[in-house]
Design a protein around this ligand. Sequence first.
Ligand code: SAH
Length: 256
Amino acid sequence: MNNEKQTIHEFDLNIIYDFFSETERQGPGSTEETLKALGFIDGLTEKSKIADIGCGTGGQTMVLGENTPCEIIGVDAWHDFINQFNQNAQIKNLQDRVKGIVGNMENLPFQEEELDLIWSEGAIYNIGFERGLNEWRKFLKQGGYIAVTENTWFSEERPAEIQDFWQKAYPEIDTISNKVAQMQKAGYLPIATYILPETIWTDYYTWQTLRRESFLEKYNGNKTIEEFVASQRYEAELYYKYKAYYGYMFYIGKKI
Ligand code: SAH
């Protein structure tokens, strides 16, 4: 049976989490890109509060912790990632200011106007870009910022194979201008919108290639694991074939 056209999101969460537990980042991103985005955020002080939503094990959160004086709360639905996050904070001696909590991005434990900055790399798709922008806005102070990465079409028209794949995996994928319009409609001033470099995907997929081998060894003969690995390989192949048509963008907005 050829299940290559399944997307990885259709597999059991335990498999997905196990696969991604052994890396610093669980999505495409890098320290350089986190710092570049942080450069657009003004006015952060030791009194400021940042939430990193869908923080994973905290790769980008630790960068924020080391480069701002703020209190930072990382929120993720997966307990093991949060345990790893808090260990990482301790290793970097950030544990007094940077804390991970288990929580759901659809029901965040913050007060209205409590936050100065909402960060979310490679995660807002779980709630949906538009819904996340709308629902999280109330937690920001007036003049507070939101910075998220989101998979985006670079052109109005795409070859059917890639169109169909992402339409199924993430129907909210859209063009840059439509995403910016959604941000504006949700009540933010679009401060910066730019494409992340191809290397954030190629590094991510290179790591996956290696991880797939050890994963297949660990679960030797397990059909579901083989299908999961095949679906991932397919997603990576599509990226190399069609990277002119889509990629990750940073969207940075200011609550007005
Ligand atoms: N920001 C990290 C992780 C990105 S992967 C990085 O860039 O490396 C997406 C993360 O979203 C995963 O850690 C997953 O556990 C988390 N997630 C998925 N659905 C969620 C939800 N409903 N609430 C909170 N976190 C969620």
